[in-house]
Design a protein around this ligand. Structure first.
Ligand code: ZN
Length: 539
């Protein structure tokens, strides 16, 4: 259906039929307007806790007002306030390895990277070292890396990532749970050794550059930064070159361990490293206030209005780094484009009278570790139940896409809903083109999944010029100052992305049945064990 026809249809609709029956027009210039404002240098990269972020938040709230949406924060505003703690290392950290009768002190970033602590301003732990393979403690799923090991009061050494051949979403999930699993076994600190594959994808120098920023977390009413693995006092990553002598002294060459981890299904067994380590470092903290911008559209069906469909897009980016000529990380694609398209979906949905309520949230603190989303997921703003969530993060709007990807689609009945919406918009839904990245666990929706909510994370697809556009963006612009308004935006693509997502949200909000996890979904079983499930079609 072309734009001209749509405009006529919309005109007729205003004159004759109820507004929700009209097929709304998505204006490329409206998407452009949002991105142009949000990605301007004046907003200084929208880092959490900065003035630039607050201006962006105010902009989004103003848009919500103009759409007639209701403020959803408990204080009657659009701003769900939270305190975000930023932790930086205070002086160089020290990791002392003691084996073979001598001490080796590592403190250079070429050898070891220590993550600043959000829980203790000074950490000084000294304990024996135990290697625990990939560090997965889920015998029920066939991962038993702690079998026969005693790590109580000790420091565990684990490989990064997950065994080759593990389904990528499951692997990515378990990888993000390693510190929690180590803590449950009684460990006091965790040291990670990158695998060969990990180093190939992310060489040590890149890892060093990426670890430049502070660690971040939200602060609870008790003044403590929220942590699920608080008893793990410190975490560090050690350069494989620096770890080689340690493994050699235990009679287990690291090269052999890493080679085994390279094989499909390879799971190096754990062992006592017959060594000790002392991890000592200090962290300095800065607490900042930031907000999730939240708005509500109340549902029109009294029976279903207590159920919400959520739409989320992170509003923050990584700020102004004060180096080089172009110092500002504008985040035009990451994620001004996602916020812009979410706003245009909100505008269209606000014209409807959907049966379920819809909650719109522009989130803070995504770049620091999905912080605003975690806060919102654990501190719901609206009464009722969030029953399904659609997340936008970094749709690549530089090409006319002909397919979309919905990470998480194969986990719940939301998958077929997105497929239908794509069809209605004249495009298709494709399976995850980069399963190795485990993207389902890497954006804001995942914090809601962890609370049991089925979700999809929407992305422009790889068909036609898509893959090249996506990979080029990742390589040359992602988390760089060049993710800015100079990118060759195709604003029509923005309008199309809004349209697909509008159809998705509209269908989710109006369906008789709320979204359900598929019975076979790991995430459904893990996080919503008691919720009713649907059978996966064809299974
Ligand atoms: Zn990002």
């Amino acid at each position: 259906m072309n734009v001209k026809f749509l405009s006529i249809a919309a005109l007729l609709a205003t004159a004759a039929v109820p507004a929700f029956a009209a097929d709304p027009v998505f204006d490329p210039e409206a998407v452009r307007a949002h991105v142009t404002f949000l990605a301007d240098d004046l907003l200084e990269g929208r880092d959490t806790g900065t003035r630039g972020y607050d201006i962006a938040a105010n902009y989004v709230a103003s848009q919500f007002i103009a759409m007639g949406l209701k403020p959803a924060a408990p204080d009657g505003t659009f701003f769900q306030k939270l305190t975000v703690r930023e932790a930086r290392l205070d002086g160089p950290p020290q990791l002392t390895l003691s084996f073979g009768g001598k001490d080796t002190v590592l403190s250079d970033t070429g050898q070891v990277l220590v993550r600043p602590s959000l829980g203790d301003s000074t950490v000084d732990v000294s304990a024996p070292l135990v290697f625990a393979g990939f560090g997965f403690d889920r015998p029920d799923l066939g991962f038993d890396d702690y079998r026969g090991l005693d790590v109580k009061g000790k420091i565990v050494v684990v490989l990064s990532g997950f065994p080759k051949g593990t389904p990528s979403e499951l692997g990515a999930h378990l990888n993000s749970e390693k510190a929690v699993m180590a803590m449950k076994r009684g460990a006091v600190a965790m040291i990670t050794v990158p695998t060969i594959e990990d180093t190939a994808r992310r060489p040590w120098e890149r890892r060093v550059a990426m670890s430049d920023g502070p660690a971040k977390g939200w602060v609870g009413p008790d003044g403590k930064a929220f942590s699920r693995s608080g008893a793990i006092r410190g975490t560090a990553t050690i350069n494989p070159d620096a770890a080689t002598p340690l493994f050699a002294a235990a009679g287990k060459p690291l090269a052999k361990v890493l080679a085994e981890a390279e094989r499909t299904g390879g799971r190096p067994k754990g062992f006592d490293l017959k060594a000790r380590a002392r991890l000592a470092f200090a962290s300095s903290w800065k607490d900042v206030t930031s907000s999730n911008v939240v708005a509500m559209l109340p549902g029109s069906d009294a029976r279903l209005a207590g159920e919400f469909i959520g739409m989320t897009a992170h509003l923050d980016h990584i700020g102004d780094h004060g180096k080089g000529e172009d110092r500002i990380y504008n985040g035009a694609m990451d994620n001004a484009s996602g916020v812009a398209t979410m706003l245009e979906v909100a505008r269209a949905v606000a014209q409807d009278k959907p049966r379920r309520s819809v909650l719109f949230a522009a989130l803070t603190g995504e770049e620091g570790g999905l912080i605003g989303s975690d806060y919102l997921a654990r501190n719901p703003v609206a009464k009722g139940e969030l029953v399904g969530l659609v997340n936008f993060d970094m749709p690549i709007l530089t090409y006319r896409f002909s397919d979309v990807v919905a990470f998480g689609a194969e986990n719940s009945t939301m998958g077929p809903v997105v497929a239908e919406a794509a069809k209605k918009a004249g495009i298709t839904l494709s399976p995850d083109p980069m399963p190795e990245e485990g993207l389902f666990t890497r954006s804001d929706h995942y914090r809601f999944v962890q609370q049991g909510v089925p979700a999809v994370f929407m992305m422009t697809g790889f068909a036609g010029p898509g893959e090249k556009a996506f990979r080029d963006f990742l390589k040359t612009h992602y988390h760089q100052p060049g993710d800015d308004l100079k990118l060759p935006f195709d604003w029509q693509a923005g309008a199309l992305f809004a349209k697909v997502n509008y159809y998705t949200v509209q269908a989710l909000a109006n369906a008789d049945q709320r979204p359900l996890w598929y019975a076979r979904s790991f995430f459904g079983k893990e996080y919503a064990p008691n919720a009713p499930k649907a059978a996966m079609p064809g299974k």
